[in-house]
Design a protein around this ligand. Structure first.
Ligand SMILES: [Zn+2]
Length: 243
């Protein structure tokens, strides 16, 4: 049995179940469990180091519930040759053509052709391809909606954010927008909606009725896109997941 951990040991992975991560929180008042669809793991919030033994026991008691939650996540879509991934709302087959060295990754019909010499570089190339495509589409969409609002977009960043599809801050009259690359896997109109939503924050930095009125002014089907994201967010997080 290990000795009691110190604050610096957190986040701490459960030795018995690698899907469980203990997260320390001074603010939390009680032990709680959160399913993290993005990382396909559960976080057990530990309210202070003294609560750790109890939290570990709690996680053990909740094992069945944790199994059910994690098994209910959409099937993983690992970046492997022959695998299918969601791209712009459709299924694409990942292919590694033999003998093409390091030629450019490209789409051919319903396939994404990823020339690579080994499995590790294959996954990395797929990921960089998706980020590249995401950046191109999101930059274009951001400028398009900003223009409709007579605003300017400064920097557009694309990253792997776990909890949000986008965020926008306005500095010196310019919007600096950050997006999740996973939006390139959603249908194009959903990606467009998120860009419109973030641009609307340059007018209203909140989610008030006035903000939604701005969204409706520049984007046709806000409700439909929101519904798609609520329902399919976990599918976007399954893209590139390995297990
Ligand atoms: Zn927002």
């Amino acid at each position: 049995m290990r000795t009691r951990p110190s604050k610096a040991d957190f986040p701490l992975r459960d030795a018995a179940d690698p899907r469980v991560l203990f997260v320390h929180s001074d603010r939390a008042k009680r032990i709680s469990v959160k399913v993290k669809a993005g990382a396909r793991e559960v976080h057990v919030v530990v309210p202070g180091v003294n609560a750790f033994p109890k939290a570990r026991q709690f996680a053990m008691q909740q094992r069945d519930w944790i199994d059910v939650q994690l098994e209910a996540l959409p099937a993983p879509q690992p970046f492997v040759p022959g695998g299918d991934i969601l791209f712009q709302g459709q299924n694409f087959r990942l292919v590694n053509p033999v003998g093409r060295g390091r030629a450019r990754v490209d789409r051919v019909g319903q396939r994404i052709v990823v020339p690579s010499l080994d499995l590790e570089s294959f996954a990395g190339r797929v990921r960089r391809f998706l980020i590249r495509e995401a950046r191109a589409e999101l930059e274009a969409a951001s400028h398009h909606y900003a223009e409709k609002l007579e605003r300017r977009v400064g920097k557009v960043s694309v990253r792997d954010t776990d909890s949000r599809w986008g965020s926008c801050i306005t500095r010196q009259g310019e919007g600096h927008i950050s997006y999740s690359w996973r939006l390139i896997c959603a249908p194009p109109e959903v990606l467009e909606y998120v860009a419109a939503h973030e641009c609307a924050h340059m007018i209203e930095a909140n989610h008030s009725a006035a903000f939604w009125a701005v969204c409706d002014r520049i984007f046709d089907d806000v409700k439909g896109a929101k519904r798609w994201l609520n329902k399919n967010g976990p599918v976007l997080h399954a893209v590139g997941a390995e297990f």
